[in-house]
Design a protein around this ligand. Structure first.
Ligand code: IDP
Ligand code: MG
Length: 132
């Protein structure tokens, strides 16, 4: 069993898509080990996305992630990290496969509905970040 961090981002919560997204997570065989609705402050969003701090979209990304409530989950499954990223789809919803969450609920490369850890080390750090 592997664990990964999933976030339903502010756009998807605001657009009332979180119920559908949680249902897809369940139907795809993930165990939702932890789940909470929360908001993050600017300095925490900057810390969470620190790997992107030199990118041109960093400031917008931080503004977006602090713009409203998010739903944070720890998902458990065999190969949870890759499996969740596959269900999410590519960063840009335009290129995402049919049936993926970003294809169905993402609005743009920025407002793309969900987050998922991209490596075992990131998963461990990101889970610790939200669930001490
Ligand atoms: P990922 O979420 O698929 O792992 P990352 O490259 O880690 O993608 O980027 C983190 C987040 O930053 C994305 O999910 C998206 O919200 C935002 N982002 C990524 N690339 C761009 C861009 O080119 N313009 C605006 N926002 C972006
Ligand atoms: Mg990423």
């Amino acid at each position: 069993m592997q664990s990964t961090l999933a976030i339903i981002k502010p756009d998807a919560v605001n657009n009332l898509n979180s119920g559908d997204i949680v249902r897809l997570i369940e139907l795809n065989g993930f165990n939702i080990k932890e789940m909470k609705k929360t908001t993050i402050e600017k300095k925490d969003a900057e810390k969470f996305y620190a790997v992107h701090k030199e990118r041109p979209f960093f400031k917008e990304l931080v503004n977006y992630m602090t713009s409203g409530p998010i739903i944070v989950m720890v998902l458990e499954k065999t190969n949870a990290i890759a499996s969740w990223r596959e269900l999410m789809g590519t960063t840009n919803p335009d290129t995402a496969n049919m049936g993926t969450i970003r294809k169905m609920f993402g609005q743009s490369v920025q407002l793309n509905a969900v987050h998922g850890s991209d490596s075992p080390q990131a998963a461990q750090e990101e889970i610790k970040f939200f669930f001490k």
